[in-house]
Design a protein around this ligand. Structure first.
Ligand code: SF4
Ligand code: SF4
Length: 220
């Protein structure tokens, strides 16, 4: 059957203050949704910043070890790295817990929710049957996601979503390999190696580099 929003969700869209049946009440050693997700969990610049700050390592130290750079629609982005025969996320510890739980990527925070983008906004939907627990309990979406500075985070996600879409469109028409690689490297350099300056948080640093980075990438 074709995967459409109608047949993978409960048919509702949720806002941040809505209640949704998403609470697992603890995963108790299950780590099913942390396997085989290497091509699903792309890190935003904020996700990467959170992880590297928590682990006190550079973005380049994450590459190859914990994350993999891969192309999607010709855009090169960092994704979670899976490893071993079981294709486990490289952040899963021996007890099947996420070693970066409080700093895990935004997409991991959502599960079993997903996002639907529309008109430069997004809402959430419940991926019915995606969690192995037979019964999930009601929880407020904001509590489930548990992200600080929600509005700033949402704004960054929306800007990033638009930027990646625009860049994918631009790269459709770049046929020179070297030029394509040059654009890909500019994206990584501009947004994943941001130096947060004194008095700034990540959101302010992102906003500071955004106009020049877009100009360099050749997108509006
Ligand atoms: S980062 Fe953590 S929550 Fe996300 S897939 Fe890996 S182990 Fe699971
Ligand atoms: S499948 Fe459900 S219970 Fe298992 S780790 Fe994921 S969220 Fe937790």
């Amino acid at each position: 059957m074709e995967r459409t929003l109608e047949n993978i969700s409960d048919g509702k869209l949720y806002d941040i203050e809505d209640m949704v049946n998403a609470d697992t009440k603890g995963c108790n050693g299950c780590s099913a949704c942390c396997h085989n997700v290497g091509d699903l969990v792309a890190l935003t610049p904020f996700d990467a910043y959170e992880i590297k700050s928590y682990l006190d390592i550079s973005f380049d130290e994450l590459i190859g070890n914990k994350i993999t750079l891969r192309e999607n629609n010709k855009v090169l982005l960092p994704y979670l790295k899976m490893q071993g025969e079981e294709n486990r996320c490289s952040f899963l510890d021996a007890q099947n817990r996420c070693a970066i739980h409080a700093h895990r990527p935004n997409i991991c925070r959502l599960f079993p929710l997903g996002r639907v983008y529309e008109n430069n906004n997004f809402k959430y939907f419940l991926q019915v049957g995606s969690c192995l627990k037979p019964t999930l309990s009601p929880v407020k979406v904001s509590e489930w996601i548990g992200i600080q500075h929600y509005e700033a985070n949402k704004e960054l996600i929306l800007i990033w979503h638009q930027l990646i879409k625009a860049l994918a469109f631009r790269l459709k028409f770049v046929f020179d390999e070297k030029e394509r690689q040059d654009i890909q490297n500019k994206l990584i350099n501009a947004f994943y190696r941001i130096e947060v300056q004194e008095g700034e948080d990540f959101y302010a640093a992102f906003a500071r580099v955004l106009p020049e980075a877009k100009r360099e990438l050749g997108i509006l």
